[in-house]
Design a protein around this ligand. Structure first.
Ligand code: HEM
Length: 334
């Protein structure tokens, strides 16, 4: 791909979120309203639908935790009993006609329904790093993506300037450029990206990051498939796969050390950190989102049950009001 292509791919990654480079720019106030408005200008508005990750498929299943998790968290998620899960798989961005071959992130959002009515959310994407350390970078990316009135397309010069001035956007853009998108939602890992705090029975906390690793294995689209596949195939493939039998992902924790960045999802942790398998997600069925249970869920990542707490990551905290605005608009049919 040429330089402009790389930039465009990176821009599309803005379907997901971002912040600003550390330093003076990071101090600038950014509101969730500004970011949702910028999404609407970049992608258009489809009344009643999500402003981001608009294309999606509902799914249902269960999660069973392993005893290894209880050393870190007292969450009922890890009781060892099956916990019902309402899932949604998605394509980043707010354009309902975006092709499933796009070099953008794929999402997996999980709502765990714990005994007694408590909820735990995990709203993840399939890149191991996020495209922003601060909300300002996310906003600036969306602004750089606005279609130029003269051409109806984003201005490559603006995109270039965005990349040059926001180094925290580069690692995710590089990942999306170097890895073809998955052949199926079933053939991808999904990453929580932010640092969370696991809280044990004695109130001790451990910084962790989590990811879900597919038992079906990771399989990217070939270069040939990228050119020839139709715009819509992810939903059909997921539904067909669940009809053949249950689909599973292992939930794997990375245990952080005090020196690891805990408030910056644009930076990975060193590869030698301890990894612990803490449970298995099983998906039994999938269905188009229209009128299905996941359609009306706001997968706000700050919905957490006792035993799991947020870090101070500014991007994580910025997500909550942004999702609320998008949710309120679509719930009102706007
Ligand atoms: C500044 C950062 C971010 C902003 C402003 C943002 C904004 C949004 C908005 C407005 C929605 C639509 C919500 C709705 O209508 O229900 C959304 C959906 C989504 N976002 Fe983010 N996001 C950010 C970061 C992230 C990150 C870091 C991840 C992954 C770790 C992520 C994953 C997702 C997923 C998977 C969905 C679809 C959820 C569903 O299926 O309903 N986002 N985002």
């Amino acid at each position: 791909m040429d330089a402009d292509g790389l930039l465009a791919a990176g821009l599309l990654a803005a379907g997901i979120g971002l912040g600003a480079t550390p330093g003076a720019a990071a101090e600038q106030e950014v509101t969730a309203q500004q970011v949702v408005s910028a999404m609407e200008k970049a992608f258009g508005v489809t009344p009643g639908e999500r402003r981001n990750h608009i294309k999606g498929t509902c799914a249902a299943g269960r999660f069973v935790g392993l005893p290894a998790a209880t050393a870190y968290s007292r969450s009922a998620l890890f009781s060892g009993q099956p916990v019902p899960v309402v899932a949604r798989f998605s394509l980043a961005g707010g354009n309902p006609r975006a092709p499933d071959t796009a070099r953008t992130p794929r999402g997996m959002a999980l709502e765990f329904r714990l005994d007694g009515g408590a909820l735990q959310h995990m709203t993840m994407i399939n890149t191991p790093v996020f495209g922003a350390a601060q909300p300002k970078t996310f906003l600036d990316q969306l602004l750089a993506m606005q279609p130029d009135p003269a051409t109806g397309k984003p201005d490559p010069e603006k995109l270039k300037a965005f990349r040059a001035s926001h180094p925290d956007s580069l690692a995710q853009a590089k990942f999306l450029e170097e890895h073809n998108p998955p052949a199926s939602f079933a053939n991808s890992s999904y990453f929580g990206l932010h640092t969370f705090r696991f809280v044990d029975r004695d109130g001790r906390t451990t910084p962790v990051r989590w990811r879900f690793v597919p038992q079906d294995g990771e399989h990217p689209l070939s270069d040939e498939e990228l050119k020839t596949l139709p715009a819509d195939f992810l939903e059909r493939r997921l539904i067909e796969r669940t009809r053949q039998g249950p689909l599973r992902w292992d939930m794997v924790l990375t245990i952080g050390r005090p020196e690891d960045p805990q408030n910056d999802p644009s930076r990975t942790w060193p590869e030698d950190r301890q990894q612990v398998k803490v449970g298995t997600l099983t998906i039994d069925s999938a269905t188009p989102q229209k009128d299905a249970t996941c359609e009306k869920i706001n997968y706000d990542p700050l919905v957490m049950a006792d035993g799991i707490a947020p870090s101070d990551d500014p991007v994580l905290h910025f997500r909550s009001p942004s999702y609320a605005i998008s949710f309120a608009k679509r719930a009102a049919g706007q």
